[in-house]
Ligand binder design. Structure first.
Ligand SMILES: CC(=O)/C=C/C=C(C)/C=C/C1=C(C)CCCC1(C)C
Ligand SMILES: CC(/C=C/C=O)=C\C=C\C=O
Ligand code: FE2
Length: 538
């Protein structure tokens, strides 16, 4: 078993209790955790799929924060210097009250600081207003993805029902992703604009809310902006006059400026936009037929589609906007689709170098909305060996530039290559918006109820290579390129794995061979997390 050294045992314990269930948080001394690590014995073979209620992936993080050095098995390349940060909803209860959906949890940031082949890890809760209010009042005070405060405490805490429309009751629980802006600031994000929170990548301290200094307004945005050294691009859905504002914020600024606007072509509201892709010159604006729903926003009890509504009759579209002019240069109807995550996009040229189409790839759930409800915690916690994860594929859109009304959607490779599970993708960032070959994602080794493999996709060779360990739930494989690399897959892939026995480890795979190069055990398993970023050390 890996040893764990603790470099912060003198830190003061400022544990607190969220209601009756005591978290005993902020225990930084891992040698004497407040609760023993519960080593759940592996069930006998015949019962190996007995209901997994206590998988650490779906269990609230056991301490508010921890930091220490991990023992590394294998070898971390010496060129890898920096901090991997991963964000995600890691605390799913307030006292005895349990949240329902994976996306409801309060944000848990994890760091892996890597230097000279050594690894210092840590995790910490983000001090959003929503989290602090829950701690102080021992109850839900803001609207989360599916959770809504009960009228009495909601009214007493925030004031009035109209606060929904002003945004005052919406959460700022920045639990989806984390990005490093071109100016070095590190920001945690979710789908509400107020849930943009600057953190310190070394200490994981919450610094302040990221205030957008413009007057663009709106309450929500895409959870996945496109961030480069020079800019931050995002989409602001307009729920009043259905459409999307495409906006750009220069590195170093807090002011977003409008590039252009897309009006929706179908339905009563914009389609949900969790992410979107760009090419070198264009922004692709997806209009899914899973649309925001004002009625569902107001509901106290979630529906199986949460804040959304499925409108297949309203059709599905992809719009292409020129980044330089803001003009819409193509807008096509496409087959119905469901995606959280676009992978990448690029411009297709003919032999004379003329642009003939845009190719956009995503993790596509076969236009089946049930994936959203499959991510309910009760479902995730009740795996009993049944193969209940709906099929997904790498959906490849082709948007022709010849004035056609329709675009195409096909699987980019045989979905059986990755067990027909597909989500949580990354690419080599140097290939953003460009023709690319490789993507890394989570696939499925069936039977399963959640993606359980790390998968390297070769979109040219139409093959996938999968990493799998029984009972393991790995998070998004995140690619970090080797400085000076000339091959697309020359780098490492980082993931954090939660194990069935309550343990967990950081895992490094070689980006090219997809073989394990190192792993380092945490003192205790961490809950599942969503998206990460890399903060290089120069
Ligand atoms: C964790 C993740 O991937 C998504 C989180 C999404 C959230 C928190 C969405 C919140 C929303 C509301 C609280 C009301 C308005 C609609 C919507 C943006 C879905
Ligand atoms: C984890 C996930 C989907 C898994 C499906 O197979 C989606 C996460 C979305 C938010 O980031
Ligand atoms: Fe996401």
């Amino acid at each position: 078993m890996a040893r764990v050294s603790d470099k912060s045992s003198s830190r003061k314990d400022i544990g607190f209790s969220l209601g009756k269930r005591d978290f005993g948080l902020t225990v930084t001394n891992v040698a004497t955790p407040q609760r023993p690590v519960i080593a759940v014995p592996l069930p006998p073979e015949k019962e190996k799929y007995s209901v997994e209620r206590n998988h650490v992936a779906w269990t609230s993080v056991r301490q508010e924060r921890w930091e220490g050095e991990l023992v590394v098995q294998g070898e971390i390349p010496l060129w890898l210097k920096g901090t991997y940060l991963r964000n995600g909803p890691g605390m799913w209860h307030i006292g005895d009250y349990n949240f329902r959906h994976l996306f409801d949890g309060y944000a848990t940031l994890v760091k892996l600081h890597i230097e000279n082949g050594r690894l210092i890890a840590g995790h910490r809760q983000i001090e959003s207003e929503a989290y602090k209010a829950a701690k102080e009042n021992k109850k839900l005070c803001y609207r989360e993805f599916s959770e809504v405060p009960k009228p009495d405490n909601f009214l007493s805490y925030v004031g009035e029902l109209a606060s929904l429309f002003s945004g005052a009751s919406l959460t700022d629980n920045a639990n989806t992703g984390v990005v490093k802006l071109g100016d070095g600031r590190v920001v945690c994000l979710t789908e509400t604009q107020k849930g943009s929170i600057i953190i310190d990548p070394d200490t994981l301290d919450t610094i302040s809310r990221f205030e957008y200094s413009d007057t663009l307004g709106g309450l929500i945005h895409s959870a996945h902006p496109i961030v480069t050294e020079s800019e931050f691009l995002t989409l602001l859905p307009d729920l009043v006059s259905p459409g999307y504002w495409v906006v750009r914020m220069e590195a170093g600024s807090n002011e977003r400026k409008v590039i252009g606007r897309v009006n929706c072509r179908g339905g009563p509201a914009p389609g949900w936009v969790h992410s979107f892709p760009v090419t070198e010159h264009y922004v692709v604006v997806p209009e899914m037929s899973l649309r925001y729903c004002a009625q569902n926003l107001l509901r106290a009890e979630p529906t199986p589609l949460y804040k959304f509504e499925w409108h297949p009759d309203s059709k599905a579209f992809l719009h292409v906007m020129c980044k330089a002019s803001g003009k819409i240069v193509a807008s096509v109807e496409v087959p119905l689709y469901i995606t959280f995550h676009f992978i990448n996009a690029y411009e297709e040229k003919d032999e004379d170098g003329r642009l003939i189409a845009i190719i956009a790839d995503c993790c596509e759930h076969n236009a089946d909305t049930t994936i959203l409800d499959k991510l309910r915690l009760n479902n995730l916690r009740s795996f009993n060996g049944q193969d209940v994860l709906p099929d997904a594929r790498v959906g490849r859109f082709r948007i022709p530039f010849d004035g056609s009304e329709f675009g195409e959607l096909e699987a980019a490779l045989d979905p059986d290559e990755h067990g027909r599970g597909m989500d949580m993708c990354s690419i080599n960032p140097a290939y953003l918006g460009k023709m690319y070959r490789y993507a890394y994602a989570c696939g499925a080794k069936r039977p399963c109820n959640f993606p359980n493999t790390l998968t390297k996709l070769d979109l040219v060779g139409k093959k996938a290579k999968n990493w799998y360990e029984e009972g393991a739930v790995p998070s998004e494989p995140f690619f970090v390129a080797r400085p000076g690399a000339t091959e697309e897959d020359d780098g490492v892939v980082i993931s954090i794995v939660s194990e069935r026995n309550g343990e967990g480890f950081a895992l490094l795979l070689d980006g090219s061979t997809f073989e394990e190069i190192a792993r380092a055990k945490f003192p205790y398993g961490l809950p599942y997390g969503l998206h990460g970023c890399w903060v290089p050390k120069n």
